[in-house]
Design a protein around this ligand. Sequence first.
Ligand code: FAD
Length: 414
Amino acid sequence: MSATGTIVIVGAGQAGVQAAEALRAGGFTGEIMLLGDEPHGPYHRPPLSKAWLAGDIDAAQLVMRAPELLAKKGIVLRTDVKVASIDRKTQEVVLADGSRLPYSGLVLATGATPRRLPIPGADAPGVLALRTRDDASAIAEHFQLCAAKQLPIVVIGGGFIGLEVAATARKKGLPVTVLEAAPRLLGRVLAPMLCDWYAQLHRSHGVTLQLDARIEAIELDAQGHACAVRMADGRRVPAGLVVMGVGVSANDELARAAGLACDRGIVVDACGRTEDPLIVAAGDCTARRLADGTLLRLESVQNATEQGKSASAALLGQARPFTATPWFWSDQYDKKLQMAGLSAGADAWVLRGPMEGPSFSVCHYRAGKLIAVDSVNSPKDHLQARKLLDAGVSPTPAQAANLAFNLTSLLTSP
Ligand SMILES: Cc1cc2nc3c(=O)[nH]c(=O)nc-3n(C[C@H](O)[C@H](O)[C@H](O)COP(=O)(O)OP(=O)(O)OC[C@H]3O[C@@H](n4cnc5c(N)ncnc54)[C@H](O)[C@@H]3O)c2cc1C
């Protein structure tokens, strides 16, 4: 790939913007077209369920990169432009209006779409999901309507986004019920003791929490607006607003239709490469092939940022594998959770600090080795954990549990 030509980036989110800027920083002097199908320029998604939904920040604080700043770097941003297909033979993307744009390199950074439960009423007015700025604005409007009419909010799904929405709704004084199908909140990602701690946190803030929830349908009022969630046992949970937080699907349709390998996401290697040397992919739309052959799907700012950089480097002919320890955060009430590493397969957990205290961490071990650390209000533990995990250094469980033990001292030991 030469340093000139036209690189088209599909998706003007976290990964797309990073890819565009990394191309310039990496010496690409050709044209960069950043295409996004939303009406807004690039903005930060994490505040959508937190400070933005709470009304604590304004639109300017949501902006990730001002269009003028991108223009200064010679990055052409086009909003409200949907790419409909990729023509790999002619090396062109086809836009929804039928026009074509040639590319010498293509970055797919199309993100993900919230899933909807396949139940009656799931698409009715008053049933909202949260992915975009416009989704968040619609939820905020419903919060106001519900507050005025004293109507409750029902959140379906006790994952991070659902729980952040629940916490924000409580902050606004709204009655909230969370319905989670699994026996625990966040059960796939957190240690059992931390799942239970989160359940208690939400209950202590007045959330009605139902685990093992079997949902049958969304009931509609005479105007066709959602008014309740009907459970399999016949109970009705009244709702002025239903927020569906049941996960996302990767936006891999363009890649799939173009014949690229997809498996719950666009399959890429650690450098963001697909099997077409002219096409790379980054962010929530990808599934990364690991060294052991398994696929890893991550939905996080860090992943989108790092893959965006790696994908750009790949188009410039450089290998920049993204293999660093994954990290993620979630803010609920006054608790900041910071997660480092991947906890799947953990068989033992060690507490660092008391869970009743102001801050603590849960260390995940697999076969005696530290694989992940989840820290609550403890940025120091989080940063130390990332260093240890990056270096592949494992404290003993006794060292991890001892608050007086400086974990990073292990990094300097011979
Ligand atoms: C409410 C919320 C809270 C979150 N909180 C956190 C958090 O606390 N911590 C954390 O690490 N992560 C968080 N995340 C996840 C994080 O925001 C995402 O992982 C990250 O934004 C992914 O970036 P991306 O560029 O892959 O996708 P996106 O940011 O979704 O960008 C993709 C863009 O591509 C556009 N697009 C798709 N198809 C086309 C097409 N055919 N043509 C043109 N444009 C197209 C989409 O509309 C979108 O604008 C949160 C996400 C949400 C929604």
